[in-house]
Design a binder for this molecule. Structure first.
Ligand code: SF4
Length: 428
């Protein structure tokens, strides 16, 4: 169902008197199944829109708009397509109980893959979905491949009914669709020969595969389904060797690194991370591919423009994973500003010590490490820990936490963002 959530002021829709709560049923004779149909079918300038008003009355809107003029219709959020798999390594299955409801939604939705870059397995994609992907050219898609070997994939997704991913990708690629792929690797299940087969199959899809990411399995203390081994330094090193071989081939034959190991693999294997140039357009940075290199280059590019913070003591909170990389960055900032920076490493109290990612720290962790630090001038915390409503994963509200701490705290993506603005005011 496609329903209007709100109408923008001074828009075509407001002029027509379209109300929130109106159900949009067809555009130019084509029935609307969801937001995707609306987005694509309503792109024309001449539209005949059939609708049902909130009181049940059927209406037809004939719309003629100037090129580029916005209709001004905001839709209700779509019903997300739920996942039919039951991966042992599913992060959502590894969440503790008692968190807000929407964190437990296991989406597996090709529409969100195209619109927001969410990874989807395509295991619930039907014939009519394939037709829509091709008709609307939903490209690129972000695909959780994990393994191209069909039997291995059934085990990984814990679903005997998964379609053959190579057949699906080939068919879509033939229709001009491109992909960013990921393989979440479980030691002993989809590393070694299985990963080799996956990379080979993806390589042979040619230009259709824009990037392939190799990511280690991440389990929490609540991952009750997981029966495999954790990723250790040795397994991580072997994966990186495999990635490096395929990268060499990519550079030699296609002039690009098309396969990438996640930052976490390098940290686990205690190897140097590649420089920023290695990651091209950072197409999988949200997946932890090149995030460290990007942070480094942003810090090094921005330090010289920072104000003097002479005499200030600044706490920088991070997770255990990033801790070994931080001293070099903090030294660069300290040298440029005259500030004294202290690295504060917090353990994750919600997910347990196996989760070392800074962005998954929760409000209680920040409270624990900063609650007694009145000796600092202010502190920076990872901005990724807070959602757009200003709430941490453990439902602690940032504004309330801030009020309970003895020092000002700034959520920061790359230190430079805060130190050049908010912290300057504090320093003054
Ligand atoms: S595909 Fe697997 S990891 Fe993703 S949501 Fe479903 S069960 Fe979880």
């Amino acid at each position: 169902m496609v329903r209007v959530a709100r109408i923008l002021q001074n828009s075509v829709a407001e002029e027509l008197g379209i109300e929130s709560g109106t159900e949009l049923t067809s555009v130019n004779g084509r029935p609307l199944q969801d937001f995707l149909d609306w987005e694509f079918l309503a792109a024309d300038d001449e539209l005949v829109v059939e609708a049902r008003q909130p009181d049940g009355e059927e209406v037809v809107y004939e719309i003629s708009r100037l090129e580029g003029e916005q209709l001004g219709i905001m839709l209700e959020p779509p019903n997300v397509r739920r996942c039919a798999n039951r991966c042992e390594f599913c992060f959502i299955e590894g969440l503790p109980t008692g968190l807000r409801k929407n964190l437990y939604v296991r989406d597996d939705d090709y529409r969100l893959s195209f619109t927001y870059g969410n990874f989807a397995t395509l295991s619930n994609v039907k014939e009519r979905d394939i037709a829509r992907i091709l008709e609307y050219r939903l490209s690129p898609l972000y695909v959780s491949v994990h393994a191209t070997n069909w039997e291995a994939r059934k085990v990984l997704l814990n679903n005997p009914r998964v379609p053959n991913i190579v057949d699906q990708l080939t068919r879509l690629a033939d229709g001009g669709i491109q992909f960013h792929c990921q393989m979440v690797v479980v030691p002993g299940l989809n590393d070694g020969d299985v990963l080799e087969e996956s990379l080979s199959d993806l390589w042979h899809l040619g230009d259709a595969v824009l990037s392939a990411a190799v990511v280690p399995v991440g389990i929490t203390q609540f991952s009750h389904l997981y029966t495999g081994k954790p990723m250790d330094a040795e397994s991580a090193g072997r994966l990186l060797d495999q990635v490096a071989r395929w990268s060499v081939r990519g550079r030699r034959e296609r002039k690009q690194n098309w396969v990438f190991g996640s930052d976490e693999l390098y940290l686990l294997a205690e190897r140097d991370l590649p420089p920023a140039e290695y990651y091209g357009d950072f197409s999988q940075i949200e997946n932890g591919i090149g995030a460290v290199a990007s942070l480094r280059s942003r810090v090094l590019a921005g330090v010289s423009a920072l104000p003097s913070l002479e005499g200030k003591r600044i706490g920088v909170v991070t997770g255990k994973g990033m801790a070994p990389l931080m001293p070099a960055l903090l030294t660069a900032i300290g040298d440029a500003t005259g500030a004294e920076l202290e690295l504060i490493v917090a353990e994750n109290s919600l997910f347990g010590p196996t989760i070392t990612t800074a962005g998954l720290l929760v409000g209680a962790d920040i409270q624990r490490v900063l609650g007694h630090r009145s000796d600092l001038s202010f502190a920076l915390i990872p901005a990724e820990t807070i959602n757009e409503d200003g709430v941490f994963l453990d439902d602690v509200v940032f504004a309330q936490l801030q009020g309970s701490l003895p020092i000002p705290v700034f959520p920061s993506y790359d230190f430079i963002d805060c130190l050049s603005v908010e912290a300057e005011a504090v320093a003054a």
